[in-house]
Design a protein around this ligand. Structure first.
Ligand SMILES: [Cu+2]
Length: 122
């Protein structure tokens, strides 16, 4: 993870030196590394009876999950992982690339069974 970041920084530095005055390239690299940092964190917002996204995407490795309840009282558990949050809070796990299913972990009412989302770890 850190090696990747250092690699990106070196690449950005080389591009800055090579493309002297080419501002567009520099901006692109900055955006790229910004995305990489933020995708190790997954923010979920639960309401009655849905999550705010159908699919969440994260980088393989350590991923932090943050759950907020916008409406109702919900939790999450993620199939094949130790991740479980009851109500609001955070959990962290080291994840291999793959596709996982996120479920609501709290019987929250009539739409509980529909509360599913997909997590894609790349
Ligand atoms: Cu539920």
């Amino acid at each position: 993870m850190k090696k990747k970041l250092i690699g990106l920084m070196l690449l950005a530095l080389v591009l800055v030196l090579v493309a002297c005055g080419g501002n567009e390239d520099v901006t692109e690299i900055e955006n790229q590394s910004g995305d990489n940092v933020s995708s190790s964190e997954v923010n979920l917002v639960a309401s009655n009876w849905d999550f705010d996204e159908d699919t969440y995407i994260a980088d393989a490795g350590d991923v932090t999950f943050n759950l907020t309840n916008e409406e109702g009282h919900h939790g999450i558990m993620i199939d094949g992982t130790d991740v479980e949050i009851d109500g609001e809070g955070s959990a962290r796990a080291s994840l291999e690339p793959g596709e996982y299913t996120i479920y609501c972990s709290i019987p929250c009412g009539e739409g509980h069974d529909d509360m599913e989302a997909t997590l894609v770890v790349e």
